[in-house]
Design a protein around this ligand. Structure first.
Ligand code: F6R
Length: 365
C-alpha cells in the first residue's frame, strides 16, 4: 500500500496536495465556509467567553498554528492547553468556554481524560479528528472530521496540515457574521482553494531537503526559530526531527531568543529560522542579523525571491517556499521540514515509520 514510496511517512508527506483537497471538499462555498458539524452550535460558540484548544504533540502544534487567525476573526480570547498539563493543574474550564479537542486518532488517553474533565465542567466540547467513530468523535457535543485519509506513519504529517486547514475554516465560519473582515475572509478562502497547488510546488524541494539532510547527518542538535503564525512551524519541525531522526532538536519562539537561547549560538550548531513574509518579517530579519553577528550556522526558510532580503551576505543556506495567505503559510512551511526529518532519518539509518519507543496512538497516561 506504499505504492511507489519506500515508507508510509514519505507517502503521506507527498500525498498532502490530495489530503488537503479531501479536507476541503464540499466545505468551501461561494466565498463562505460550510461546516455542517458546527452549524447547530455556532451561536453558542460565538457567544462563548473563551475558546480553549486542547491536544497533545502534533495536534497541539496544529492548534497553535491556527490560534492567531481564530483570535483575529472571532475576537474571542483563545488559550492553549496541552491535555496532560490541564489535567495536572486541574486548570479552570467554565460553562461559558468552548473547548476544542484536537486529535488525529481520537483515542489519545490524555486528550480523552481532558474531554471528560471539560464535560464535567459544563463547557461546549468540539472535536477535531481524523477518525470517524473514535471516542473523541462520539463523546464531544459536535465537531469536524479532517478527512485526511488513514495515516499510518507514527509521525503525523498529513494530519497536521489538514488539522490546520480545518481550524482555519472554523475561524472563517465563526467570523462569518462580520462585515468588517469580509475581504480578509475572501482572501483566505481563495488561498485555501489554491493551497493544494502551492503544496505540490513546495514538495519539489524534496531533493534539496535531501542534500540539506546530508549536511546535517552527523550533528547532535538542530534549533528552529519561528514566531507568530510560524511559532507552531518551529515546534512541529523540531518535533519531527527529534521523533524520527532521533536527533536533539528544539523549536523556539524567536522573540525569546535573547532571553537564553542566544547563549547556544556558535559556528557549529545549525539553526533554521522561519522568515517568510508576514507581519513579523522585519523582526525575523533582525533575528537573522543578530544570529549572523554571533556567527550562527543559519538555514533560512523564506518566501520565493527573498533570499537577498533575508541574507544579504549569502552566508546562509536558503530554503525558498511559495508565499500564501499569512494564516496558511504554516501549511506550506512545515513541508520542507517534514522532508528534512524524513531524509535525515533514512540517512541516519533509523526506522522512519516506527520510531523507537513510540506508538501511533497513545492510549495510556
Ligand atoms: C507526532 C505525533 C504525536 C501525536 C500525539 C497526539 O508526530 O504523532 O505527537 O501528535 O501523540 O496524537 P493524536 O493526534 O492522535 O491525539
Amino acid at each position: 500500500k506504499k505504492g511507489n514510496y519506500d515508507h508510509f511517512m514519505q507517502k503521506e508527506i507527498h500525498e498532502q496536495p490530495h489530503s488537503l483537497t479531501t479536507t476541503m471538499r464540499g466545505r468551501l462555498k461561494h466565498n463562505s465556509v460550510l461546516l455542517g458539524g458546527l452549524k447547530e452550535h455556532m451561536k453558542t460558540i460565538r457567544h462563548s467567553r473563551r475558546i480553549v484548544f486542547i491536544g497533545c504533540g502534533t495536534s497541539y502544534n496544529a492548534a497553535l498554528a491556527a490560534r492567531p487567525i481564530l483570535e483575529e476573526l472571532s475576537s474571542i480570547p483563545v488559550t492553549m492547553e496541552i491535555a496532560s498539563d490541564l489535567l495536572d493543574r486541574q486548570g479552570p474550564i467554565y460553562r461559558e468556554d468552548t473547548a476544542v479537542f484536537v486529535s488525529q486518532s481520537g483515542e489519545t488517553a490524555d486528550t480523552l481524560l481532558a474531554l471528560e474533565y471539560a464535560l464535567e465542567n459544563g463547557a461546549l466540547c468540539v472535536g477535531i479528528t481524523n477518525t470517524v467513530g473514535s471516542t473523541l468523535a462520539r463523546k464531544t457535543h459536535c465537531g469536524i472530521h479532517i478527512n485526511a485519509g488513514c495515516e499510518i506513519g507514527v509521525a503525523s504529517t498529513k494530519a497536521y496540515t489538514s488539522q490546520i486547514v480545518v481550524m482555519v475554516m472554523m475561524a472563517l465560519a465563526i467570523g462569518a457574521d462580520r462585515i468588517s473582515t469580509q475581504a480578509r475572509r475572501e482572501d483566505i478562502i481563495n488561498g485555501l482553494s489554491d493551497l493544494p497547488n502551492q503544496v505540490s510546488e513546495v514538495l519539489k524541494l524534496d531533493r534539496e531537503m535531501k542534500d540539506l539532510a546530508e549536511s546535517l547527518i552527523n550533528l547532535e542538535s538542530l534549533l528552529v526559530f519561528g514566531r507568530g503564525y510560524n511559532y507552531a512551524t518551529a515546534l512541529e519541525g523540531a518535533l519531527k526531527v527529534k521523533e524520527v531522526a532521533l536527533m536533539h532538536s528544539e523549536g523556539m519562539l524567536a522573540g525569546e531568543m535573547k532571553h537564553g537561547p542566544l547563549a547556544l549560538v556558535d559556528e557549529t550548531l545549525p539553526i533554521i529560522v522561519v522568515a517568510t513574509r508576514d507581519s513579523c518579517f522585519s523582526k525575523q530579519q533582525s533575528v537573522i542579523q543578530q544570529l549572523h553577528a554571533r556567527k550562527g550556522r543559519l538555514i533560512v526558510l523564506c518566501s520565493k525571491g527573498d533570499a537577498q532580503s533575508v541574507c544579504p551576505g549569502r552566508s546562509c543556506r536558503i530554503i525558498e517556499v511559495p508565499q500564501v495567505a499569512d494564516c496558511l503559510q504554516p501549511v506550506v512551511n512545515i513541508i520542507p521540514l517534514q522532508l528534512l526529518a524524513y531524509h535525515l532519518t533514512v540517512l541516519r539509518g533509523y526506522n522512519v515509520d516506527q520510531p523507537r519507543n513510540l506508538a501511533k496512538s497513545v492510549t495510556t497516561q
